[in-house]
Design a protein around this ligand. Structure first.
Ligand code: GDP
Ligand code: GDP
Length: 438
């Protein structure tokens, strides 16, 4: 399974090697002080949090015509870009933008790879912002002041960088379903986990995941394998003294990131809390499939309204994941526990689903026929040319329009509803990207 690649580009002497060393933690690697030195591409592993990637230094990009290495450099750089998921363009903050920077930025814009702009040699935080601001003119987005030598600002840079990288889960073997069980303390996560393990064949457990401290539990049901990610805190709770405060939002966020589908466990007695809303928000942002598990269903008094009241509470407070199925369970009695995995299978199918461009456009045409995009007061009307599904996990669509500014928020929501109504996608978020003609 190849790791995503991040290309480091920039003219010579801006501090690319220094940054690469910082990202990869290999201080002793070679630093060239001589401009125009070309090197073969070397890949070095790096990580941020639980995200791993490879860094490739493209060597000093020199586009001057008098360089004898020019064709070679260009070829190397283009090759590096063709396989990169993202690029970091490094510039010298103490120097200000140069013609070479402009040329590289122009070249990068043609590469179809997301670019982050690192303004290096910004040791002082106050000055750094001013130094960085000069580089807006390159037209490749927000300049991040950093110091490759001291490390200032590299955290923010990496935080943004990993947003551009495909998640490990997205690359995971499709044969396996990665499930995260998350929720506040005492909602019944470990009881649910034990119910799964008790009901099914637990093949290998524990298995260490990509993160050093993440322990996964793997179970099978029929032909299907489920990897219950980061169950260390859940399984060992009774033996290891974590204390009652062992609820790390950060840890939950990491588990969400590694999963295909998240079981958001809610306590039927307490209902939806603010913490649950925060977790649900993250699930949506990360584009994961989700099932809302309302546990301890045995512990509450029920009448004919109870389910309805709970559903109403959930749809009011968790409206941003209104596509998620809700199931009412009891880990204590086992009620509907195995049914959870049926819902997991369905949600994952939808999460991985792809629809043809023909079908997407049928839905679009029909939607536009009912309700055309709005016209501005100046008489300009939004037009949708066509749409296509660009990725799955979650299903994401690009809609090509005359001008995205003409497509109002309301209209976007209307189209999204039409997609839901006609294409389904129960259990998974979907994404619509609106692209204008250049
Ligand atoms: P490259 O040619 O782009 O790979 O640049 P290098 O990493 O070799 O660095 C070029 C020069 O800039 C070296 O003398 C570095 O010591 C210096 N340098 C690199 N990063 C920083 C930084 O963050 N701050 C300062 N002040 N100097 C830096
Ligand atoms: P976790 O902190 O989310 O892992 O929650 P636990 O699985 O440790 O459960 C916390 C407490 O709730 C324990 O005392 C469990 O016995 C109890 N509990 C868990 N699931 C249920 C359930 O479905 N019904 C009832 N009545 N109690 C439950």
């Amino acid at each position: 399974m190849p790791l995503p690649i991040v290309a480091i580009v920039g003219r010579p002497n801006v501090g690319k090697s220094t940054l690469v060393n910082r990202l990869t933690g290999e201080r002793e690697a070679i630093v060239h002080d001589q401009p125009g030195v070309t090197r073969d591409r070397t890949y070095r592993p790096a990580f941020w949090g639980d995200r791993e990637f490879m860094v490739v230094d493209t060597g000093g990009l020199v586009f001057d015509d008098d360089t004898e290495f020019l064709p070679y450099i260009r070829e190397q750089a283009a090759m590096a870009m063709s396989e990169a998921s993202a690029a970091i363009m490094v510039v010298d903050g103490q120097h200000g933008p140069t013609d070479a920077d402009t040329e590289i930025a122009d070249w990068l814009r043609q590469q179809n790879v997301p670019v982050l702009l690192a303004v290096n040699k910004c040791e002082s935080p106050e000055q750094g912002l001013m130094q960085a601001a000069q580089f807006w003119e390159l037209g490749i987005g927000e300049p991040y002041p950093i110091s490759g030598i001291h490390g200032n600002g590299t955290g923010e840079l990496l935080e943004q960088l990993v947003e551009y990288l495909p998640t490990v889960a997205a690359e995971a073997d499709d044969a396996e379903i990665r499930v995260a069980i998350i929720g506040r303390p005492n909602v019944g996560k470990s009881s649910l986990l034990n119910a799964f393990v008790g009901n099914m064949r637990s093949i290998v457990s524990p298995i260490s995941g990509t993160t050093r401290d993440a322990i996964d539990t793997v179970v099978t049901r029929g032909e299907q394998t489920y990897r219950l990610v980061d169950t260390a805190g859940i399984r060992k709770k009774k033996q290891v003294e974590y204390g009652t405060e062992f609820f790390s939002v950060n840890r939950a966020f990491k588990a969400i990131r590694r999963a295909d589908v998240v079981l958001l466990v809610i306590d039927a007695i307490d209902g939806v809390t603010e913490q649950d809303q925060k977790l649900a928000g993250r699930i949506e942002e990360e584009g994961k499939a989700c099932i809302i598990v309302v546990n301890k269903w045995d512990a509450i008094e029920k009448d004919s309204h109870t389910i309805y009241d709970h559903k109403r509470d959930i749809s009011a407070k968790l409206y941003f994941i209104d596509w998620a199925e809700v199931i009412f369970t009891s880990a204590l009695t086992g009620q509907r526990v195995t049914k959870i995995l049926d819902l997991v299978d369905l949600a994952v199918d939808q999460h991985r689903r792809r629809v043809t461009t023909a079908v997407v456009n049928e839905v679009l045409e029909e939607a536009v026929r009912w309700h055309t995009p709005p016209t501005t007061r100046q008489g300009r009307q939004g037009r949708i040319y066509y749409g296509t599904q660009v990725t799955a996990q979650p299903p994401s669509f690009t809609l090509f329009v005359n001008d995205p500014k003409l497509i109002t928020e309301n209209y976007r929501r209307y189209i999204e509803r039409q997609f839901r109504e006609n294409l389904g996608f129960e259990g998974t978020p979907i994404r619509l990207f609106w692209r204008g003609k250049k």
